[in-house]
Ligand binder design. Structure first.
Ligand code: GLN
Length: 485
């Protein structure tokens, strides 16, 4: 079945003219039309633009051009600016915003020949873990329509899980690629901070935000990262490094691989079903020749509190630009300039975004800066040092991606702290700027479970290898929710 094929298979079928890019785009657009009313994974779909891009890819293929992603459909999280196609960031504030330029990532994937089908739903300004904060309504988890897909890249995750598209982009500030990948049974990679340009990626917390690939398998993610990564002078934190082929280590055997298991990731708070699936995955790794050792990240318990000082602080500053003056929503009636600002922001932002702006403004205010913001920065340093220490003893770290499988709508939305804790295993990775990967490793109560693989800075190729060898030995990543098979 073509809609379940890997990117490599799709590329081969296109190159051999067994299918055209227009046929492929049409097939997925038809699936979107059929299933999106149920899932709400897309905010915007542009059939005409997609088919025009597919025709262009077919012309290139017809001229004998070959490239690993040429002619393959994809979707972008609606946080990436797309020239001429609206970019909402899941907010009423930007519901009418059409960017005059493409994000670096969008540009790179287009140059690689990929065909954009549309823009995926997400939590408002990427603040959330369940997609319930989106102005455009919640996304449903294809594995169980009464449950959340995770967030904030929940639209991208649900779209791939139901195979409405073979691949998508996501962004991860505290877990937003890995957590929805885990809850929807996908592979998702948050690269090392600075590997993927943030240009044109709407800012939430700039020192933590990082774009990355989401797809069925590690091999697919490696191919996507090859196109997404790379230096961009328009992002001051983009790293100037020699280009890498992230597929180069995929087949390397795992003999002698040292896997560190942070004891803090296996303590109380993890569901039994998640624990069982993760333990079974670790047993599989041992069969594949790896060795597991216990390590410790003593300060990791401070990561959620530190994050909820730093991320809101940066968000309060980044979101100051939405004032109704230059673009986005503007209140219809107002007395004067201040009233216009106030009404615009009161109307344009949802409750979670307002909560973050209030917290961020508070922790940055004079008199509290040292007690909260500065303290959180110091904790961040300690967390990064813990990882550096752990990586002296092992090649990668493993543990659960999330403490539980997909939860029900409304289950955590009334309790922000319960919601924030769904990122308890992912946030430390962002604070340290490290790469993190989530792969499907089984089911708990019929719902997918994610295994998190964390590597040292720039170890993406090795991590993808570690994931790929496991995916050759197991078939969790090929399972599909029945209704969408
Ligand atoms: N769930 C976390 C938050 O709400 C992380 C979100 C993200 O990674 N964008 O901030």
């Amino acid at each position: 079945m073509i809609h379940t094929a890997s990117l490599k298979t799709l590329a081969a079928q296109l190159a051999q003219k067994k299918i055209s890019s227009v046929e492929l785009a049409t097939l997925f657009l038809d699936r979107i039309e059929r299933y999106n009313p149920t899932l709400n994974a897309f905010i915007t779909v542009d059939r005409d633009k997609a088919l025009a891009a597919a025709r262009q890819a077919d012309a290139q293929l017809g001229a004998g051009e070959t490239a690993p992603l040429l002619g393959i459909p994809l979707a972008h999280k609606d946080i990436f600016c797309t020239r001429g196609l609206r970019t909402t960031c899941g907010s009423k504030m930007l519901a009418n915003f059409v960017a005059p330029y493409d994000a670096h990532v969008v540009e790179r994937l287009r140059e690689a020949g990929m065909v954009m089908l549309g823009k995926c739903n997400m939590d408002e300004f990427a603040m959330g873990s369940s997609n319930e904060t989106s102005y455009f309504g919640p996304v449903k988890n294809p594995w169980d329509l009464t449950r959340v897909p995770g967030g904030s890249s929940g639209g991208s995750a649900a779209a791939i899980a139901a195979r409405l598209v073979p691949a998508a982009t996501g962004t991860d500030t505290g877990g937003s690629i890995r957590q929805p990948a885990a809850l929807c049974g996908l592979t998702g990679l948050k690269p090392t901070y600075g590997v993927v340009s943030r240009y044109g990626m709407i800012a939430f917390a700039s020192s933590l935000d990082q774009g990355g690939p989401m797809a069925a398998s590690a091999e697919d993610c490696a191919l996507l990262l090859n196109a997404m990564a790379g230096f961009d002078a328009r992002d001051s934190t983009s790293l100037e490094r020699a280009p890498e082929d992230y597929t180069r280590e995929l087949e390397r055997p795992l003999d002698g691989l040292k896997i560190g298991l942070p004891k803090e990731f296996f303590g109380a708070g993890m569901d039994d079903g998640v624990r069982a699936a993760v333990e079974e995955a670790l047993a599989e790794y041992r069969r594949l020749g790896a060795e597991t050792i216990e390590v410790s990240l003593p300060n990791s318990g401070l990561s959620v509190p530190a994050y909820y000082v730093l991320a809101p602080a940066e968000a309060s500053s980044n979101l100051a630009r939405y004032d109704g003056v230059r673009y986005g929503h503007r209140a219809a009636e107002y007395r004067d300039l201040i009233d216009m600002y106030e009404k615009t922001r009161a109307e344009g932002f949802g409750a979670e975004v307002k909560r973050r702006i209030l917290i961020g403004t508070y922790v940055l205010s004079h008199g509290y800066y040292d007690a909260y913001y500065l303290k959180a920065q110091q904790v961040r340093r300690l967390i990064a040092a813990d990882f550096a220490e752990a990586f002296k003893q092992c090649d990668v770290l493993m543990g659960p991606t999330t403490p539980s499988a997909a939860f029900r709508f409304g289950e955590k939305s009334a309790d922000p702290v319960a919601m924030y804790l769904s990122d308890i295993y992912t946030i430390a990775v962002n604070l340290a700027g490290l790469p993190g990967l989530s792969i499907p490793c089984g089911f708990a109560g019929g719902l997918p479970v994610g295994l998190q693989i964390i590597g040292p800075w720039f170890a993406e190729a090795r991590m993808l290898n570690v994931a790929h060898r496991y995916q050759q030995a197991t078939d969790w990543h090929r399972r599909l929710p029945e209704e969408f098979a």
